[in-house]
Every structure is written in C-alpha cells, then in structure tokens.
Design a protein around this ligand. Sequence first.
Ligand SMILES: *Cc1c(COP(=O)(O)O)cnc(C)c1O
Length: 416
Amino acid sequence: MSMYRDLSTSLRTIMTPGPVEAEPRVLRALSTPILGQFDPEFTNMMNETMEMLRKLFQTNNYWAFPIDGTSRAGIEAVLCSIIEPGDRVLVPIYGRFGHLLTEIAERYDAEVVTMETEWGEVFQPHDVIEEIKKVKPKIVAMVHGETSTGRMQPLKEIGEACRDMDVLFVVDAVASIGGTDVKVDEWKIDACIGGTQKCLSVPSGMAPITFNSRIESILLERKKIERGLADREEDKKRRRPVIRSNYFDLSQLMDYWSPIRLNHHTEATSMLYALREGLRIVLEEGLEERFLRHQLHEKALIKGIKAMGLELFGNAKYKLPVVTCITIPEGIDGEAVLSMLLEDFDIEIASSFGPLKGKIWRIGTMGFSCRKKNILHVLGALEAVLIRHGLKLHAGRAVQAALDVYDNEKCAVETI
Ligand SMILES: *Cc1c(COP(=O)(O)O)cnc(C)c1O
C-alpha cells in the first residue's frame, strides 16, 4: 500500500462559480451509515427533502425532487422527458449554458431555434416575447443565472407571456438557486432545475428539479412501466412516444418519488443525506436572510476590486449577485495569476469560456464560500499577486474598502 498515500487534500479557499466549499455539516452528513432505499427511515427523508425543495424553489408544485447526476443531468431529465422528436424549442442564448440547453435539446431531436445576444448582456423580455410569437415553440428553455458571463436574466415577463401563449417555460437556475430569488410559481416557470455544488454548498452529484401539472400531464401520456416491475396492462395506456432515456425518464422517477415507490435506480443514499442537510441549513438561515448575505459580500467584493483599480466586466444592471467578473488588465497573463493564487495562497478563482477565454476572471460568492474571511483573503491575495505580476494598482486600498463595507453596512445580516 506504500504507493498510494492517505487521502489528504489541501484546505482551499474556493471562490469559483462552483464547486464551492461544502458546509461542514454537509460533509458530516455524508459519513452517515447507509440505509436501504425502501427503509421507512430513508423514504421519510425523501419526503422531507421534497418538502424543503418546494420551499427552496418557492413553489406549491407537488413534484420537487433531485435527479442523481450533476446539474446537467437535471436539465437533460427535464428536456428529454418533454421533448418529442420534431418539437420546436426556442433557446435564447447569452452565454455557455444557453448553448448547453441547445446541445441537449438537439440530441433528443427537437427542432431548436436559437437567438443570441452578446456575452455580458441579457435579453430584453419583449425581444424574447416577439420571437416566441414568431417561432411558436412548444418550449422556451432559458438560463436564469449565466455563470460564464456573470449575468442574470429577468424572467417574470417572459414566463407570463409563455403561460398566456401556452408555451412551456423551462429554466436553468443551477447557479442562482439558494443564492438569489428564484420564484418558480410567481414567474410562471413550468420546470426549473437547480444545482447542489453552487449556492447550496453541497458537493456536486445531484440536481434538484421541480415541475408543475402542465409538465406532469405530458409525462403521464408518455409513461413507461418497466418490464418485470408491475402491471403490464398499465403500460398499454401510453398515448405518446416513450421517453428516449431510461435513466432520465421523469415518468418513472415520479413513481419512485411518490408513495408508490416503484423501483427505478438505486437512490444515491449519501448524496441525499448531504442534500437534505444542505437544505436544512438554507431554511434555518432563511431565504431572505441568505440572499441579503450574498448581496452584502458581493458589495464588499465589488468595492474592493474597484478600489484596487480593476474593472468589472458586463452590464452592471443585470449582474448575477453570486458571480463577479473582472476584466483582465492589459499585459497580464490571466492563467499565471490563477496559478499563483492557487499555489501560493490556496485560493481558487476561475477563468471563463468561449469568447471570454483569457479576457475575464470570475469570482464566485456562493453559499458557504460567501463569507467575510474569504472576501478579505481573495482581495488581499489578488492584490499581492497582481503587484507581483507588475501591475500598477492602488495598493492597500482593496481590503480597506471591503472592511468599510462591513463596518458601515447597517445590515441585519450576520457577517459570518
Ligand atoms: C454549473 C452550471 C451548469 C452545469 O452543472 P454541472 O453540475 O456541471 O452539470 C449548468 N448551468 C449553469 C447555469 C451552471 O452554472
């Protein structure tokens, strides 16, 4: 056994848009002994998790449960379960994850129509609504918090228009859920996908979703009962094409997450413990308090970055509160700065993708990572590293500006 050392990871300060530092209570929950998936103690936890997810998504939907797999598993489960070959899907794209929605919808043979806006911007709702009127899609799929550009798309008007025109509205709220408001019912979202490793501070590996009766009615028409499981007569009632994916078939997953408890896959026991604990922490803190905490630390970070003399990237009006993008200054090697932050300071921040590769850094302020100590550390370290790379900046101001925010803020939020 001498070849492989004991597991011993560095204690990083993780300020990326995910994965972020896990809540210590969540890590403890992960070491809880295994229960069988039909053990009443376990099914009770499943029910509790559903209840807490409804609160997180601010919905009265019955259906709210996690998909086993990372966030894109949740997106794929929703899209593959409602798309039938030839269905028209409109995807407004303003960053990387809009492209992901397109990729997934195309693989299930949707006729995808896209509209794009410059990275760093979002859509004006009326432009999307005009396009819906022209394209007449069955589904509009959109990202709420676009992590690649740090922007947040206003959704309410688009959701209302979709409902009026009887179009299904599917939203990727992977990055925003638990860090800023996501009002599923009020914004008329028919299906919404969240993430665990971002603002919930649970490791990656599950994707909480919720959907309403408009989606449910499609699923019931496509419902599949696996051979060897239950009444085969039931299976003959199917009126629409079977869902192409077995693993992501929401009609089967509904049977497992309802009192029928019809077996599908083996539930990821330890991840469910982790998600349940993460949700308990979110609800103990309170959604409103939690969103205010994210805003406070965002403000301290922004003030610090500006005081240093750096520039923020993107349209400030539509900034995603949990991701802050910085324009990499002329003549600075963005990757070298990231490496030095990691190697010398144990701090991880991110670069970006596609047209923004090499142009911006992204700092996440999500969940447990979003706290005063981390903000002060990242500002102090970034300043030191940039000076080391020869950048002329306003030395010594960044951390002071952030401290001013914490001192002055007449905010009831506890600065953990
Ligand atoms: C992170 C992220 C995803 C993908 O999540 P995975 O867990 O890596 O599958 C999708 N959409 C958005 C907006 C994200 O931020």
